[in-house]
Design a protein around this ligand. Structure first.
Ligand code: UDX
Length: 447
């Protein structure tokens, strides 16, 4: 099939590359000239395991094309995916400017029947707005060309996006007639062979499904973080509690890891947008607001612990920070807890030495003007001369470090672990002052 994707961001690029990889002909459209030029030269804008080789292979095979020409893109595909950004605007609602711009451009250039697919995470009701935008442009052209609008939300996890696309848990399709569903079914056929993963429904339900999924996952994390905070005060160990509750299949082991808060481009943005959507229909979503505020607070927990440990005097001290991306296997720094931590440390007059396996460039870009940040080439170098180690992201290489080197490099053997990587007893035996999240009596004196 011929397929067009608007937006070569995270979602658009993964969708385009994976669809081309199973034999479709895909044209990716973006307004960013430099990005499109880079893509044509095999340079992809993000770090995502497994993505680069399939972009390169399919580009070379001629199945994956890149253009900045919207007209060329609209004429190319029968399926038109909209995968442009929906950044939060000032009040946290998703900004639909780019989505509607693409919709109008499809209306302007379309020459035969098109299926317009909302792939970006968009508020409930966007399908109708896209339909209206296209209709208006067609009317102004005196055209009676047919089109359908479909909601097909993505459920890709950064760091695992190619796998998630190739082996989806579910393919949600929201439409108000059968014709577009059949066409999308055909496009997804190669990913849907072993058993049918397509769940079709009306457009509004599909749009809400995406928000509900992310909000549920964010709720699980904020819930666990709240119990972790309680565990600290009660002298219990959240890691035991986690195993205890996860064993109940109704709760499950997934996504109940406590930590220094969730980040990324989805959870914070989507929970906020859903709160705003609820407000707009006169519903005060108490639970979702709490999920958000618990997370907000959680991101400063490591700082609070460090601050207590040093009796509130952080001025002139240097802290080693391991892990800057919002989670492992990505270089994405959006809403990362490390940012809140570092900014609080700087505010308190401290210096930061930081290391991340992939997000150094991104950190450099964001904090180009920050004098109190020293970006280190290795995790060991990062420790040298620091007053304490703070861990924000659970990259694999942090799991079994050389603890002797760690202890000898730090001026005080203090480790503040936002991801519960180590065993508190073992750390105590090795002579560390070790503070994790929600791990019992060891932290009680600091709460
Ligand atoms: C998420 C959803 O998982 C995905 O389905 C959706 O399409 C987009 O949003 P992503 O943002 O890539 O994907 O990250 P995810 O792996 O879900 O992690 C989000 C955040 O939650 C990370 O900061 C992670 O550290 C945190 N997290 C996750 C926890 O703190 N505890 C957990 O148990 C799980």
């Amino acid at each position: 099939m011929n397929i067009t994707i608007f937006g070569t961001g995270y979602v658009g690029l993964v969708t385009g590359a994976c669809l081309a990889d199973v034999g479709h002909h895909v044209m990716c459209v973006d307004v960013d000239k430099a990005k499109i030029e880079n893509l044509k030269n095999g340079i992809i804008p993000i770090f995502e395991p497994g993505l680069e080789p399939i972009v390169q292979a399919n580009f070379e095979a001629g199945r994956l094309k890149f253009t900045t020409d919207a007209k060329e893109g609209v004429e190319f595909g029968q399926l038109q995916f909209i995968a442009v950004g929906t950044p939060p605007d000032e009040d946290g609602s998703a900004d639909l400017k780019y989505v509607l711009m693409v919709a109008r451009s499809i209306g302007e250039h379309m020459n035969d029947y098109k299926v317009i697919i909302d792939k970006s995470t968009v508020p409930v009701g966007t399908g109708d707005r896209v339909k209206k935008a296209v209709q208006e442009v067609l009317q102004s052209r005196n055209s009676d060309l047919r089109f359908d609008v479909v909601s097909n939300p993505e459920f890709l996890k950064e760091g695992d996006a190619v796998g998630d696309f190739m082996k989806p848990d579910r393919i949600v399709i929201g439409a108000d007639s059968d014709e577009p569903i059949e066409l999308i079914r055909e496009a997804y056929e190669p990913f849907n062979r072993s058993h049918d993963r397509i769940i079709s429904m009306d457009i509004r339900s599909a749009e809400l499904t995406k928000y509900a999924a992310n909000a549920m996952l964010a709720t699980k994390i904020s819930f666990m973080n709240e119990v972790a905070n309680l565990a600290e005060r009660l002298g219990a160990d959240i890691e035991n509690v986690r195993r205890g509750i996860g064993s109940d299949p109704r709760i499950g082991y997934h996504f109940i890891y406590p930590g220094c808060g969730y980040g990324g481009s989805c959870f914070p943005k989507d929970v906020q947008a859903l709160v705003m959507t609820a407000d707009s229909v006169g519903y005060d979503s108490e639970l979702l607001k709490a999920v958000e505020s618990v997370n907000y607070r959680q991101k400063s927990k490591l700082f609070e612990k460090v601050s207590k440990y040093f009796d509130g005097d952080l001025k002139g001290k240097t802290f080693a920070v391991w892990g800057l991306s919002f989670k492992p296997n990505t270089d994405d720094m959006r809403e990362a807890s490390s940012r809140v931590l570092m900014e609080l440390l700087w505010e308190a007059g401290a210096k930061v030495k930081a290391y991340d396996p992939e997000a150094m460039k991104e950190t450099q870009r964001i904090y180009a003007d920050q004098d109190s940040l020293d970006l280190c080439g290795t995790k060991e170098q990062c420790l040298r001369g620091a007053d304490a180690l703070l861990i924000c992201t659970e990259w694999k290489e942090f799991r079994s470090p050389d603890f002797e080197v760690m202890k000898n490099s730090l001026t005080r053997p203090a480790v503040f672990d936002g991801r519960n990587l180590y065993d508190p007893e073992r750390m105590a035996r090795k002579g560390f002052d070790y503070y994790a999240m929600g791990r019992g009596l060891s932290v009680q004196k600091f709460i």
